[in-house]
Design a protein around this ligand. Structure first.
Ligand SMILES: Nc1ncnc2c1ncn2[C@@H]1O[C@H](COP(=O)(O)OP(=O)(O)OP(=O)(O)O)[C@@H](O)[C@H]1O
Ligand SMILES: [Mg+2]
Length: 342
């Protein structure tokens, strides 16, 4: 069962709280006094809680400990094991008052434990603190990405303009061999501008990598592919199946590069109109599938091209203990599957 005081979709200004409790009266009470400040979604069992978080990630979960089926501790463990949901704060609401169950809640990853019967005012305060911390953390995670974008869109563009002007001045002044003092100053300025550009690029890369560490793989792939998909007519779809598990940096980097090469090939060589990317966290491993509806090719006789892209993908996957499969036929599209064990 799911109860909601807000239409799904379209984020409004009010933060979203997921209440999970098998007692409808507790749900009614919490909704009544939190509903004025927050959007509330309520479910009565653990499995529905996980489904709700996946469909509409909340800013806070208020979680009952004892429930039939998946109990609160298990739900919390699963939320904390998934990189995409780990940052969502969980407050347990429990009728138990022993130290042991309180400790178990904190060990499962809770940020706070509230005992029943509770004071409305105290719950309100505690909820407010945790929601504020969550929103501030969301803001901090976005800072490096924004800084990288600002540097790229403003400083790096201005520097490109500066280099262009300096090159034009060199051209007017004639060959470097006829160096006048003015020409030497301009050459030196151009060299400094080039160094500045290289350093700015390096900083942008580092800022993006900091952000990527905190990001789920499907989001990382989406970010890698977005700039190039924005510039083509090709429709790009990215889906994730299963709960994501944290990946080590090398595997995640390799998978992002495989996705990038496969999608670039699909547009450049396949002239694909649609590219489907699936990130599937299935037992026993993780599969990345990039399927295009382009012209396809004979894998036995790869015609033309450097062939570096396909062999590079294979080498990247082997280096992280995974493997790559290429399926393609002229006229029937291409499907690239990369697998890594988890
Ligand atoms: N999705 C695809 N659709 C159609 N043809 C493809 C596709 N992917 C690869 N090919 C064919 O396989 C060849 C080899 O691809 P590969 O990525 O190895 O090299 P490339 O793209 O030509 O060069 P590079 O990747 O080094 O820039 C391509 O030139 C093309 O003929
Ligand atoms: Mg290629």
């Amino acid at each position: 069962m799911e109860v909601s005081n807000t239409p799904s979709g379209g984020r409004t200004a009010r933060p979203l709280i997921l209440v999970v409790d098998d007692s409808p009266s507790t749900i009614d009470t919490l909704t009544a006094f939190l509903g004025t400040d927050y959007r509330i979604v309520a479910v009565t069992d653990g499995a529905s809680a996980l489904a709700s978080v996946a469909a509409q990630p909340p800013d806070l979960v208020l979680l009952d400990v004892v429930m039939p089926g998946l109990d609160g501790i298990e739900v919390c463990h699963r939320l904390k094991a998934d990189a995409t949901t780990r940052a969502i704060p969980v407050i347990f609401i429990t009728a138990r008052d022993d130290e042991e169950s309180e400790l178990a809640a904190f060990e499962a990853g809770a940020v706070d434990v509230i005992r029943k019967p509770f004071s409305h005012l105290v719950v309100r305060r505690r909820v407010r603190t945790q929601v504020a911390l969550k929103l501030f953390r969301d803001h901090l995670v976005r800072v490096p990405v924004r800084l990288g974008m600002e540097l790229h869109d403003h400083q790096a563009q201005l520097m490109t303009g500066l280099l262009f002007q300096l090159d034009a001045a060199c051209h007017v002044l004639g060959p470097a061999s006829d160096a006048t003092p003015v020409r030497r100053y301009i050459d030196r300025a151009a060299e400094l501008a080039r160094q500045c550009m290289a350093q700015t690029r390096q900083t942008i890369r580092e800022l993006r990598e900091t952000a990527a560490d905190d990001e789920a793989l499907a989001e990382g792939i989406a970010r890698t592919l977005r700039p190039f998909a924005d510039n083509t007519e090709t429709v790009l779809r990215i889906r994730q199946r299963g709960l994501s598990v944290p990946l080590d940096g090398d595997a995640r980097h390799a998978l992002c590069r495989v996705a990038q090469e496969a999608a670039t090939n699909a547009v450049r060589h396949g002239r694909a109109t649609e590219i489907d990317v699936l990130v599937a966290f299935d037992e026993p491993g993780l599969r990345l599938v990039v399927r295009d509806d382009g012209c396809g090719f004979d894998t036995a006789r790869v015609a033309g091209g450097s062939g570096m892209g396909l062999s590079g993908m294979r080498e990247r996957m082997t280096a992280v203990g995974g493997r790559l499969q290429i399926q393609s036929q002229p006229g029937r599209g291409t499907c690239i599957t990369a697998e890594v064990p988890l």
